[in-house]
Design a protein around this ligand. Sequence first.
Ligand SMILES: Nc1ncnc2c1ncn2[C@@H]1O[C@H](COP(=O)(O)OP(=O)(O)OP(=O)(O)O)[C@@H](O)[C@H]1O
Ligand SMILES: [Zn+2]
Length: 656
Amino acid sequence: MTSEQQLTAIKGAKVLMVGAGGIGCELLKTLALSGFQDIHIIDMDTIEVSNLNRQFLFRKSHVGQSKAKVARDAVLRFRPHISITPYHANVKDPDFKVDFFKQFNVVLNGLDNLDARRHVNRLCLAADVPLIESGTTGFLGQVTVHIKGKTECYECQPKPVPKTYPVCTITSTPSKFIHCIVWAKDLLFAKLFGDKNQDNDLNVRSTDATSSSEHAEDVFERKKGEGIGLYGRRIYDHVFGYNIEVALSNEETWKNRNRPRPIYSRDVLPFKLIQQNGNVDKNLMADAPSPVSAMASLGLKSPQDIWNLKENSRIFFESLKLFLVKREKEIGNLTFDKDDQLAVEFVTAAANVRASSFGILLHSLFEAKGIAGNIVHAVATTNAIIAGLIVIEAVKVLQNDANSYRMTYCLEHPSKKMLLMPVEPFEPNKSCYVCSEMPLLLEVNTHHSKLRDIVEKIVKAKLGMSCPLVMHGSALLYEVGDDLDKDMVANYAANLDKVLSGLPSPVTGGTILTVEDLHQELSCNINIKHREEFDKEKEPNGMVLSGWTQSPAKEKDDNASINNGASASNASSHAFSLEVKEDSETAIVPVATGSVPTGKKRKMFDISEDSVPDLSSVPDEVRSKNKLEEIDDDDGDDVVLLDDGCSDGVKKKRLR
Ligand SMILES: Nc1ncnc2c1ncn2[C@@H]1O[C@H](COP(=O)(O)OP(=O)(O)OP(=O)(O)O)[C@@H](O)[C@H]1O
Ligand SMILES: [Zn+2]
């Protein structure tokens, strides 16, 4: 029941919702039904068919229209007298400056990506407006409250980085289906259909001393006049047969592993069958409607079926043929896309043939697509629960009821019949470069690295600044903006290509650089430390950024590389990463308030008796006792091992 006071606070409030997707639709409905009367919504997207199963304010007839506008219209139908202002725009647009944010009493995020979340966090800090942040991944979800100077900001805790795999696991010693998917998607698909000039480790194997990369490169080129059937067979025999034989020749590798089995096309499909495979005809196909599908062509209907080796091989040849015949023009420019049916068919088949060779369980196209596309299916109920919790926290914030603020986590497995875990918010992290102005430390070889490296790899990629300005003392080294004159633009462009020590105002060990983003009203200092040598494998950028990410527990923590934002840069170029899915509502781990890559399964355990039912009374214990365990299952799902990251040794003060 809403009290009189609460109703007054609700009625007088002006709120901004960012995101009108899965969480956003639920949130707008709940806000309207709770009595909110002045709601602004920003969403940059238009409605897609795939949104309709859970974004219930939208209908099929709305496909292609602005989410923000359609959501407004849908809610006005049952709450005609309230004011809803939609903006079909990117929240990062310069229109939404600090002054825009200042007009709101509270900002409510229903976003699906780190970049936008960080941007809103910074603007809320600059405008001193409370932010309620949220996320869901399948059955998991969380709502967190961020009040400037009182609680942690969204960026006080570093976010986990995507899981990466060593290159040799992918190229030589896969042991899980996910390894085969990464191989098929990032190596084979990229090699055959992607940019030919891109680095590709397909033939780089620690075990492979015998075949030169030139030899291997030639294999992927289609020879003049070579028939598609022959070409397909050559590729198949090379990657599933010859390459495996070469790998097998290194006995050391297989001492403690199961030896893979080379697979040659002749043993699976007679050449005649390869040539007759499918009903595709070059002339017919040229007029056929898109999208083309190898499954359709071969009469395989169910994406849930697990194909055998022969069926996978047929799909392999058929999808390769369809790419060459039907989508010839795209070859050289393709990157894997989970919504590209033919690409998914090719990757599923190639991954399954490889899995078969390595004795790994085969998977259906449906499962393979989920793994390759990093898909965790959204659960509408989770979004509804999270939206309800956002409104509960918003009402507390509007009443300034700081003692009652809770960060609430929606768990997958109830513990003691509890599905929701409330935790008191924490004080701001004193070493957070975003809200506590703590300087960062950058180790870099100032004679080798260029200003461009710092701008692109550190300021933009790591610090999330999109309109950066770099200063050394009062000397401006770089800035962007529409109002710059030609000379300045040329000057800054020239600076980008200079090594740090060769800049007009030389940057050397001991220099303090100031970097700013005027749109985000964020400024921070970076202490430069000159370092001669970097580990090419572990520090491929030739730079190491540290500062706010470091805490004693995290250094001890085996999983620091996952929780530690700084080490994201260290994700070696010689490792494959399963990208964080940025298009889900992304849940955050209860304990570290870091967004977790979707496609991850997490399991709660060891919630102690004294932490239930009132978990909020013992947040430190909760943080240390509730661990997220890696489930190293064989169904190919990628999993993150996440510990609390702030257990022993890290003192975090509860908000009082
Ligand atoms: N920078 C941004 N500015 C404005 N809106 C954004 C921005 N980034 C993301 N959004 C919006 O946040 C919403 C997130 O919703 P949701 O997670 O349900 O994603 P979706 O794109 O609707 O669904 P799916 O990814 O599953 O297809 C989307 O509607 C998206 O347009
Ligand atoms: Zn912070």
